[in-house]
Design a protein around this ligand. Structure first.
Ligand code: SME
Length: 161
């Protein structure tokens, strides 16, 4: 496995996703450990797309607990249904928040976070973790991100089968 990412400078976000998804697939193909793979996925996205914060929360009992992440320190525990992450866990749906101040119950781990996208990760039918990405820009996420991030999550889910 090559351990350096190949990243082209000055290309669009969509082109970056297209460049890194095969590299994520290659990174995950020889490893089945969920934490190791989440850690590398967070590192790839942080380096390639320079997200303000990207990380995983793991379902543990009746709460989400902070897992591998890149960015500033974050809240460690989130209850089901609480905040964007807890809502994603409860509904199993991808949530895009264009302005975190407009999301009822949003949990502010950093005052610099302005918009957010959260996606569920499943083993079988069950949500076992969520991927959370925060931006310091308003309206930074769209269906483009949800489509490509969903591809990365499929790879992660497959690596844990
Ligand atoms: N904003 C999230 C909490 C996690 S941090 O953004 C890292 C939420 O409302 O669930």
């Amino acid at each position: 496995m090559a351990e350096d990412l190949k990243l082209t400078k000055g290309i669009s976000r969509e082109e970056i996703y297209k460049e890194i998804l095969p590299q994520i697939e290659a990174l995950l193909e020889s490893e089945t450990d969920m934490i190791a793979n989440m850690a590398n996925v967070a590192a790839v996205f942080k380096e390639a797309l320079e997200f303000f914060w990207i990380g995983f929360y793991l379902v543990k009992g009746d709460e989400l607990v902070l897992g591998p992440f890149q960015g500033p320190v974050a809240c460690t525990r989130i209850q089901k249904g609480k905040g964007v992450c807890g809502a994603c866990w409860q509904t199993g749906e991808i949530i895009i928040v264009p302005d975190v101040d407009q999301f009822p119950g949003h949990i502010a781990c950093s005052s610099l976070s302005k918009s957010e996208i959260v996606l569920p990760i499943r083993r079988g039918q069950e949500v076992i973790a969520i991927l959370d990405i925060d931006s310091d820009q308003l309206e930074d996420f769209s269906d483009l991100d949800s489509n490509y991030l969903s591809e990365a999550i499929k790879m992660l889910e497959k690596s844990m089968e």
